[in-house]
Design a protein around this ligand. Structure first.
Ligand code: PAF
Length: 292
């Protein structure tokens, strides 16, 4: 079928009601646009498992803790729509902010301990915004399955819990992170990196890989794992090229070893864990994780 870009909740509901009437299995890929190969995998997975594939492109203001980050978030709608069409998406929901939030929402989703660490600790209100918009999008689309990237491990854990806590009848499918050949996790924010920053950005994957290697080799002390990982990222210092104004600085925001279900830091590694990190490369913040 020909892909449609749909701007209103009412029009999307009408199209999907017809599909539901025909017993179509609906797969949903929520995005904020600036689509890349990681999103393409989510869409391909949805396409392979569902009759009808819906994507959304909405830069959700509620989940940005810094106005400059919202303003600078890459917007590439024409390219995104072309990619969706080439991947066989049936409906792309592209609401304006006023369609999603005609007035300031009075009811939002408060996330508990799952949001206490990692990104939740450094981006106040971020997961309230994510959980609120994801719940709203799930209500609008009412998909049978929704697809999320494992790169955002804390988001995925929160979305899984969100649908349990609110009894939303949808299967949440996590899809593995897609990486560039040098290991950098694909992200819409990578577009903001200049060539020099792009080279330095691999530091995060190197640090996480060092941590994962130490754990696989038998290290069970999380503090030691973090120390080893941190040591792979040289701190910018006076005279260091990375500290000069001409060259971007690298700053680890967090490096943590957490339980994959609760997202709480662990001191002793006794079972599966996620090693997660956030790295500032100049003015761009990147996140990544490895499950061990
Ligand atoms: O991962 C994202 O792109 C966003 O957080 C999401 C899930 C589309 C909600 O705005």
């Amino acid at each position: 079928m020909t892909m449609a870009a749909v701007e209103t909740i009412a029009a999307l509901r009408q199209r999907l009601d017809e599909a539901r009437h025909r017993q179509a299995r609906i797969g949903f890929v929520p995005t904020m646009g600036a689509l890349h190969e990681g999103h393409a995998r989510l869409i391909a997975r949805a396409r392979s498992e569902c009759d009808r594939v819906v994507a959304s492109i909405f830069v959700n203001p509620l989940q940005f803790d810094r106005p400059d980050d919202l303003a600078r978030y890459p917007r590439t709608l024409a390219d995104d729509l072309a990619l969706c069409e080439s991947l066989g998406v049936d409906d792309v929901f592209v609401p304006a902010a006023a369609e999603m939030y005609p007035s300031t929402p009075q009811c939002t989703v408060e996330v508990g301990e799952l949001a206490d660490h990692l990104c939740g600790k450094y981006r106040p209100g971020h997961f309230r915004g994510v959980a609120t918009v994801v719940l709203k999008l799930l209500q609008i689309v009412q998909p049978h399955a929704a697809y999320f990237g494992e790169k955002d491990a804390q988001q995925l854990a929160i979305v899984r819990r969100l649908v349990t806590d609110f009894s939303v009848p949808v299967a949440i499918v996590g899809v593995p992170t897609v990486r560039e050949p040098d290991g950098l996790a694909m992200s819409s924010r990578n577009r903001r990196l200049d060539p020099c920053e792009r080279k330095l950005a691999t530091a995060l994957f190197r640090a996480l890989s060092a941590a994962a290697e130490a754990i696989r080799a038998g290290q069970t002390d999380a503090a030691e794992v973090k120390r080893l990982a941190q040591a792979t990222v040289p701190p910018p210092s006076k005279g260091d090229a990375a500290a000069s104004p001409a060259s971007p600085t690298l700053r680890i925001e967090y490096l943590e070893v957490v339980d994959p279900d609760t997202m709480q830091p662990v001191a002793q590694i006794e079972g599966p864990v996620i090693v997660a990190g956030a790295l500032w490369v100049g003015s761009t913040r990147l996140i990544d994780n490895i499950r061990v």
